[in-house]
Design a protein around this ligand. Structure first.
Ligand code: NAG
Ligand code: NAG
Ligand code: NAG
Ligand code: NAG
Ligand code: NAG
Length: 387
């Protein structure tokens, strides 16, 4: 969807550059809030640490993953890009190489032979600057020198403005590459469990419903989650179908033998870690309709994503191994850790590894240079499900 026609009250909520009118708490968290919503951030990775919305009983519930201890984010090198902005080129680069304007570039292989989230100097591991802040919005900025992530030419200057209003969290990113053409593709890597891990029946994510009315196609990927190049239809009721019905659970295909290896890992990755393409010509999802709806009947929270991006990665947290701590706002007396397949990351961005697939015609969206602007805009609205 296009943001020019909707959410006028949210667009332009950012204060002028340079006015930082709120202070972080003693742990370094900046808090912004509005009716029905409170969001907290740290400069490290421009990370969302907590997101409180209303559940069906009117109580505040923290629906995203993270740590209580803000000092722990940089220490935990294995952290899975918790609600941060990986950059400057998200997701995978196949075989850690790409060709741009006739020159071959070698990126850092940090995920087997491939590059994941730009390598070991990715933006989610850097301390961003707070360049503007008010009670309902905050802007983080980063200057990324040429080759900071290896194999990425030219400086990139980027900023993200998070704002809240009326149970909606709005995210707007802007970036420029003033020196030379470079791959540039961003996302907000948000991990949800809409029950805050408090459903005594299960901590797994499978009973959350997911509806993506325009996701009629998906990118076939190899065992290493790198797209093969094939764009396949999401046949109704098949494992990758979340388009044909509004009440499909994330575990709807758990009885299918292919579910256990659906996201690769030599058959070890159960569930989802793939890219779904939004169909522009679809009659569904026009105008102000959400592109993605994630919901849980236990908490009664429905999260609606509206985005100007071409699709989303859905990752159902297979690789969480039960060692990461839950926040004190989440879990139960006997449930303190993030179990396997207990969350879902929803990452709106352009086609995965599009720089290596000119036949997809995504190069204009994924490569930016002097005089061009990169922009990315999404919002998450939280609605209580009426039963
Ligand atoms: C928070 O994490 C830091 C880094 O690991 C550690 O030094 C500190 O002791 C932790 N604080 C608490 C209260 O656990
Ligand atoms: C990002 O950078 C950190 C710190 O160098 C590294 O540990 C991590 O593996 C990198 N990649 C990803 C996908 O997090
Ligand atoms: C933050 O701003 C300072 C001063 O302008 C600059 O030196 C630094 O590189 C900036 N940090 C980032 C992550 O861009
Ligand atoms: C807040 O959002 C709800 C649900 O989207 C909508 O019905 C209501 O009109 C909005 N209120 C304001 C003040 O914008
Ligand atoms: C929860 O999900 C599992 C796995 O898909 C399924 O077997 C079960 O029936 C679901 N439970 C409810 C209450 O929907």
């Amino acid at each position: 969807m296009k943001f020019t026609t909707v959410l006028p009250v949210l667009v332009g909520a950012a204060p002028a550059f340079g006015q930082v009118n709120i202070k972080p708490d003693e742990s370094g968290r900046y808090t912004i809030s509005a009716d029905g919503i409170k969001a907290q951030f740290i400069p490290y990775g421009a990370t969302l640490t907590n997101l409180f919305v209303k559940d069906k009983d009117g109580k505040d519930i923290d629906v995203v993953l993270g740590y209580d201890n803000t000092s722990y984010y940089p220490v935990d090198k294995g952290h899975p890009v918790y609600n941060a902005i990986p950059g400057r080129y998200v997701n995978r680069i196949g075989k850690a190489t790409y060709t741009l304007d006739g020159k071959k570039y070698q990126t850092e292989a940090n995920d087997g032979p491939n590059t994941l989230h730009s390598g070991t100097n990715n933006w989610s591991y850097r301390v961003w600057n707070v360049t503007a802040a008010e009670k309902d919005s905050i802007t983080f900025s980063i200057t990324d020198p040429a080759y900071a992530e290896k194999g990425m030419p030219g400086e990139v200057d980027a900023s993200v403005t998070y704002s809240v209003a009326n149970s909606t969290w709005h995210i707007k990113m802007a970036a420029a590459a003033p020196e030379t053409r470079t791959p540039l593709m961003l996302t907000h890597h948000t991990y949800f469990n809409l029950d805050a891990y408090k459903d005594p029946a299960t901590s797994k994510i499978w009973n959350h419903t997911l509806y993506m009315p325009r996701a009629n196609r998906w990118l076939e990927a190899g065992d290493d989650a790198v797209p093969t190049g094939k764009v396949l239809p999401a046949q109704p009721n098949s494992i990758n179908d979340f388009a044909s019905a509004p009440d499909m659970q994330l575990g709807h295909a758990s009885g299918d033998p292919k579910f256990a290896g659906n996201c690769g890992g030599g058959g070890a990755c159960e569930g989802y870690n793939g890219y779904f393409v939004f169909d522009d010509s679809s009659e569904k999802g026009k105008a102000d309709d959400p592109d993605v709806i994630l919901a849980s009947s236990f908490s009664g929270v429905r999260a609606e994503l509206r985005t100007d991006q071409a699709g989303v990665v859905i990752y159902t947290c297979n690789w969480m191994d039960g060692t990461a701590d839950l926040k004190s706002t989440q879990g139960l007396k006997d449930r303190k850790k993030v179990a396997r397949s207990s969350c879902v990351a929803i990452e709106a961005h352009d086609w995965v590894d599009g720089i290596n697939h000119p036949e997809w015609k995504r190069l204009d969206a994924q490569i930016k240079g002097p005089g061009e602007k990169y922009s990315w805009e999404s919002s998450w609205s939280f609605v209580v499900i009426k039963t």
